[in-house]
Design a protein around this ligand. Structure first.
Ligand SMILES: Cc1cc2nc3c(=O)[nH]c(=O)nc-3n(C[C@H](O)[C@H](O)[C@H](O)COP(=O)(O)O)c2cc1C
Length: 194
């Protein structure tokens, strides 16, 4: 099968892209609006870039009505965000937070997660998350008409007890969840060495 992406619908293109780039890590992002309302949302078009300084990026695309996602608007307003790793204990709350809540709704309250103050940024972090990377926005790159790439510098790492051990991350303790295609997720995949 050979497919020219310009000859299929946007929905079909999304299915080909998201079904081909697998599995994907999930950035569970907290932000805060200028008026102080916290927001949560997951993004699986997400990766690290370089480690000097530590930088990460994720892609909040426009909503189907063309508007910007609240996460992006908040980062444009404040220049800050926090990325949490999704472990099994917060996976349902993560999924719920993608529900498109209005901007004036506190998604910590909606998802039952606990807000706790950030160390280096004004954005609150998720207390139940086992890893949090507090970030300052470095660049927001518009991509065509529909997407954005947010690039951030990690200015502070938080690890829950038992996760950081002698300079390494205890990945077994993390119990991480990844995104599969559609609304499928993966956990506890087979780990092997090459
Ligand atoms: C696991 C998962 C991964 C997602 N990844 C992305 C993504 O990479 N980019 C994106 O624009 N939306 C993604 N979404 C959808 C957003 O989370 C959703 O539009 C959310 O409501 C945005 O919230 P906000 O308006 O509060 O920023 C994802 C949803 C889920 C459940």
């Amino acid at each position: 099968m050979e497919i020219n992406p310009t000859e299929i619908s946007v929905k079909e293109r999304y299915k080909l892209l998201s079904g081909s780039i697998l599995p994907r890590p999930i950035a569970f992002v907290s932000t805060i609006s200028k008026s102080g309302i916290p927001n949560l949302a997951p993004f699986s078009f997400f990766t690290g870039i370089t480690s000097d300084p530590p930088t990460i990026c994720f892609a909040p695309n426009r909503n189907s009505d063309g508007s910007k996602k609240d996460t992006l608007k908040n980062i444009e307003e404040t220049g800050e965000f926090a990325v949490h790793v999704v472990s099994e204990n917060i996976m349902e709350a993560m999924h719920k937070s993608a529900g498109g809540f209005p901007a004036d709704v506190n998604e910590f309250t909606e998802t039952g997660l606990t807000e706790t103050p950030g160390r280096m940024i004004r954005v609150p972090r998720i207390k139940e998350a086992k890893i949090c990377m507090e970030c300052k926005s470095m660049q927001i790159v518009p991509v065509a008409e529909s997407g954005f790439l947010v690039i951030g510098e990690v200015v502070h790492f938080y690890f829950a007890d038992g996760i950081w051990q002698d300079g390494y991350i205890n990945t077994e303790e993390l119990n991480i969840i990844g995104r599969w295609s559609g609304y499928n997720y993966i956990k506890n995949g087979e780990v092997f060495q090459i």
